[in-house]
Write a protein that binds this ligand. Structure first.
Ligand code: MG
Length: 426
């Protein structure tokens, strides 16, 4: 009996340790270099080797959202006002962002990576994590795979499209490794030398997940550099960062904490409105576009939402410059139908009590999986389902914004929504 209990305890302990074992070279992380600007340089020969800044709004008060390496070297930075940047660098090309083009390049890169591994996870529009197969987990194989990925991307997408690749025992360290030799770099972080690597990085915001505000908070606990973070105990990190402190400790020391098949909990989109569009009408129009995107992403993942939330922020002009926040939600029968989601979102936004919204967002949650074979019987409006599927297949082939369906009521709602079940809440 004692032996059995001891065995169970030992087995349990070993299982936990096995989950978190450090295995060098397990993850390869690709971070594209100056992705948006590189795409624009690829698409327009006149901008190659030229400083380029990408903006949502090209007016002097617009902010730079991305810039080419030529612009970075000239001191142009993300968040800088267009007017200020042009003043400091008059030859800077200001280019309006083209999200659907960037998404198209993202899909092409994902397609290339799928050839190298069945375990490719997009982390953002220009970041991908790949789990290497057990026989590939050594320096020479990892380096060769990285080289071939870069070669294929350059051949398929063009000479301006480059990426930096990092390899490590977990995604957190692999991502840091990918940033160490930018652009077009390759770097491996082996766990046995990670202390030296962290000692050589001086800026704590180099670590993903630490922004300037977090850095200030961490400094009050004596955590001022990446090495301070690496050297801290799990208890100290927990005291400074709350529950996520332990995960930070494991990540910093190379343990693989990634949950395979972690389910998606929510799908949402948000937008900051340009100063000239900070009014109810423009926010409403933005909400329609965001809702359509959310519905499309739900369908692409075979998911349906049971909760739809709309939030907005507006600045109230007062001596304190107060931000007024609005949040409303509705529980619904499972849906990924764009008319249903948009209609509900607009109804929730109709109660918006403030003026001049500058930020609008929609989030869908309480997600359930749906099987396409049963979808027709689950959706009352089969016509809309068929329209959605046609739109999805056209957009998949010709680009994300190739075809849209905007059959939403702009004034008085005439569509009786069959999907809502609960009462609305604010
Ligand atoms: Mg990048």
């Amino acid at each position: 009996m004692l032996w059995t209990v001891t065995s169970i305890l030992l087995f349990g302990f070993c299982s936990v340790q096995w989950c978190y074992m450090v295995k060098d070279y397990k993850y390869l992380f690709l971070d594209m270099d100056a992705f948006f600007a590189s795409i624009e340089q690829q698409e327009n020969k006149k901008w190659r080797h030229h400083p380029v800044a990408i903006v949502h709004h090209a007016g002097p008060s617009g902010s730079i959202i991305a810039q080419s390496y030529e612009a970075k070297r000239a001191g142009i930075y993300t968040g800088q006002r267009v007017g200020e940047a042009k003043k400091s660098l008059p030859c800077l090309a200001i280019v309006s962002s083209r999200p659907s083009l960037y998404a198209h390049y993202h899909r092409r890169i994902k397609h290339i990576l799928d050839y190298f591994s069945p375990w490719v996870t997009p982390y953002s529009i220009d970041e991908f994590s790949i789990v290497l197969a057990p026989q590939e987990r050594n320096a020479s194989r990892a380096k060769s795979i990285a080289h071939n990925i870069k070669k294929d991307i350059a051949r398929e997408l063009g000479e301006c499209i480059t990426g930096s690749i990092g390899v490590a025992s977990n995604t957190f360290l692999a991502k840091i490794a990918s940033k160490i030799k930018k652009p077009n770099g390759f770097f491996i972080i082996k766990n046995s030398v990670s202390r030296e690597i962290f000692a050589n990085i001086k800026d704590i915001t180099f670590l993903s997940g630490i922004n300037k505000a977090t850095a200030l908070q961490l400094a009050t606990f004596g955590l001022k550099t990446p090495l301070d973070m690496w050297s801290a105990s799990a208890e100290k990190l927990r005291a400074a960062m709350g529950q996520s402190g332990e995960r930070w400790y494991l990540n910093l020391h190379g343990y693989d904490t990634k949950k395979i098949h972690e389910p998606t909990k929510s799908v949402g989109h948000s937008r900051v409105l340009a100063p000239e569009h900070r009014n109810y009408k423009s926010a409403r129009e933005a909400l329609v576009e965001l809702s359509i995107n959310v519905a499309r992403r739900l369908r692409a993942s075979s998911l349906k939402a049971q909760k739809i939330e709309v939030s907005a922020k507006s600045s109230i002009l007062s001596p304190e410059n107060t931000t007024k926040r609005y949040h409303a939600y509705k529980t619904v029968s499972p849906t990924n139908n764009q008319v249903a989601i948009t209609t509900i979102a607009l109804a929730l936004f109709k109660k918006y009590p403030h003026s001049n919204p500058y930020h609008i967002a929609i989030t869908t949650s309480n997600l359930t999986h749906c099987r396409s074979s049963t979808q027709l019987s689950l959706i009352g409006d089969n016509k809309q389902y068929i329209i959605d599927k046609v739109v999805d297949s056209v957009n998949k082939k010709f680009g994300i914004d190739a075809l849209g369906v905007y059959n939403f009521p702009h004034k008085k709602s005439t569509i009786k929504n069959p999907y809502t079940t609960g009462g609305s809440n604010n």
